[in-house]
Design a binder for this molecule. Structure first.
Ligand code: FBP
Length: 547
């Protein structure tokens, strides 16, 4: 396969590891843990994996040794930069402890385990039909090494199919690389395998560009760093274009599902005129027209200074946080679950929701009724909120003009950034972080752990100060309502309005709204001075500094 010059040079990059893994290593166990809430319920559901200690790896005289068995790996959910490095770190970690240990990759996500679709991951390919060369994937973006999928591992019949294939391949440990739901399911699987005394360990890894898998234990999910840097580069380029042409307002929607972490991080990197934060909209119960009016006011204020251009960042999940839209979406979710005819479902909406639905531009109303995701939720990435806001701001400005409150020209352009950043070549941060997560997972396996998430802490410091750790997944759980029933889940982290990143936006946004304070971050740098190449995200830096 043809390769770019960067791909060739980047393949030789040796990711950094925490100091603990440079020589011998020993496992240190902390105190027994409790789940973040609902302790009694979670303890009852996870009798074998509840209360285990947080563990850390420390430098020691000798390396750990791994039993003579094989390991399986699964990529779950949306792509995130660095997934290939988790697998390379895992591969190298296994080989450093057990030369004969094989790594099997299950294909297309969790369904590969259930349907017994797999390939061996190796650095000595002898049969291209059954083996994948790990060296082709080091430091590259994407999940194409084995593919990913959104099948949920939830049923015992699926778990039993997993036991069958693990026994056949001599696999004694599975590593599941995924977001909050996939890691919750990894823990359910670990518990089941312990109960059944299968001898199969399960370790999770924190993945998602959305940045919503973090808590007192997880500093950041992998992929967030690279994805935000890619979006910020392009936002910066658009800002410079806007500041050159001086005739467009750019409305940029950013991925992230419910959480606004990506939009907020990109705002801190680029200083747009406006960045909407869904969590604030929800807390202040802002209506759609209040949001539209505040944007129109900023457009008018800039127009009064002769600046008919600007940039607005919009989090992907915004629509669900606007109270009247939230009610409408919930009603539609319930109605469409039992009624396939959209017209018939719309006819059954409550009077309020019907009038909201009818007030929306036709295209947006249609997008609200599109196919639901496997959880029965609307797929926010398919709703063109950026176009909705442009249309509504335009209408509002026309009214303001008629009242003599606006003198300017408004031309809005919509963009959606999401897929552009999910498979970018990982930044140095993600390349190092992911490789370390994988290498650490191998050491957790060698230590006999199951139901743990592989974690690297102290990540704003240089990698020789990084701490390699394992955290029991039950520790991060609470009970939440899913599909009408209470379930144990890892709590999703939304933007905290009293957190340092949001406070930083709040401190600056009045000035950024009116003046042109754009910052142009430029592309990710893989080679060069550390202060350019190894910067963590502003979110991570601010959060860690506030601790
Ligand atoms: P994960 O939560 O699985 O990491 O996926 C993140 C994400 O990129 C969201 O930001 C986005 O809403 C969604 O995936 C898009 O899903 P799909 O890849 O199925 O279009």
């Amino acid at each position: 396969m043809a390769k770019s010059a960067l791909q060739i040079a980047r393949a030789a990059y040796q990711p950094k590891l925490p100091k603990a893994f440079k020589g011998g290593v020993a496992l240190k166990e902390g105190k027994a843990t409790e789940s973040v809430a609902n302790q009694a319920e979670i303890k009852e559901l996870f009798p074998n994996t509840y209360g285990m200690p947080v563990v850390t790896f420390e430098e020691a005289a000798a390396k750990l040794s791994m039993g003579d068995f094989n390991v399986g790996v699964i990529l779950s959910g949306g792509q995130a930069p660095g997934g290939h490095n988790v697998i390379s770190g895992l591969f190298d970690g296994i080989k450093s402890m057990n030369k004969n240990g094989k790594l099997y990759g299950f294909l297309g996500g969790p369904s590969g385990l259930i349907d017994h679709q797999y390939m061996e991951i190796t650095d000595k390919v002898t049969d291209a039909k059954t083996q994948i060369d790990i060296n082709e994937y080091r430091n590259t973006g994407g999940f194409d090494i084995i593919g990913s999928g959104r099948t949920k591992l939830e049923e015992t019949a699926q778990f039993d199919k997993g036991i069958e294939i693990c026994n056949k391949l001599g696999i004694k440990a599975l590593v599941i690389i995924g977001g909050d739901d996939s890691n919750t399911n990894a823990c359910v699987l670990a518990e089941y395998y312990l109960q059944k005394k299968t001898g199969i360990q399960v370790i999770g890894c924190p993945k998602t560009i959305d940045g919503d898998l973090k808590n007192s234990q997880i500093e950041t999910s992998f992929g967030f760093d690279t994805a935000c840097k890619v979006y910020s580069e392009v936002i910066g380029n658009i800002m410079r274009d806007a500041n050159s042409a001086k005739k467009y307002w750019h409305f940029i929607k950013l991925m992230g599902r419910s959480a606004s972490h990506i939009a907020l991080e990109c705002a801190l990197q680029t200083q747009p005129n406006i960045c909407i934060v869904s969590e604030e909209v929800e807390q202040k119960k802002m209506t759609l027209s209040q949001i539209v009016n505040s944007i129109a006011d900023a457009v008018a204020a800039r127009a009064a200074q002769g600046n008919n251009f600007g940039v607005v960042l919009i989090p992907e999940g915004l629509i669900e946080f606007i109270p009247e839209m939230n009610v409408l979406i919930k009603e539609l979710n319930d109605l469409l679950a039992v009624e396939s005819d959209v017209k018939a479902a719309v006819a059954k909406l409550s009077a309020n929701s019907k009038s909201v639905y009818e007030s929306l531009p036709e295209a947006i109303a249609k997008q609200l009724t599109l196919e639901r995701d496997p959880h029965g939720n609307v797929q926010v990435s398919l709703i063109e909120t950026e176009k909705l806001l442009i249309e509504m701001v335009k209408t509002r400005l026309a009214a303001m003009k008629a009242e003599g409150k606006y003198v300017g020209k408004f031309s809005g352009l919509g963009h959606f950034f999401g897929y552009e950043g999910r498979c970018a070549a990982p930044s140095n941060f993600d390349a190092d972080y992911c490789y370390s997560l994988g290498y650490n997972a191998a050491n957790l396996i060698a230590s006999g752990k199951s139901g743990y998430m592989s974690l690297i802490k102290n990540t704003t410091k240089s990698s020789d100060q990084w701490i390699a750790a394992g955290v029991p997944i039950t520790m991060m759980m609470n009970m939440e309502k899913r599909h009408g029933a209470m379930k144990p889940v890892i709590r999703k982290a939304l933007v905290e309005l009293d957190g340092a990143p949001f406070k930083e936006l709040e401190k600056n946004r009045a000035e950024w709204a009116i003046n042109t304070c754009f910052v142009y971050p430029g592309p990710i740098q893989y080679f060069g001075p550390s202060e350019v190449c190894d910067l963590p995200t502003k979110t991570l830096a601010l959060e860690q500094a506030a601790k």
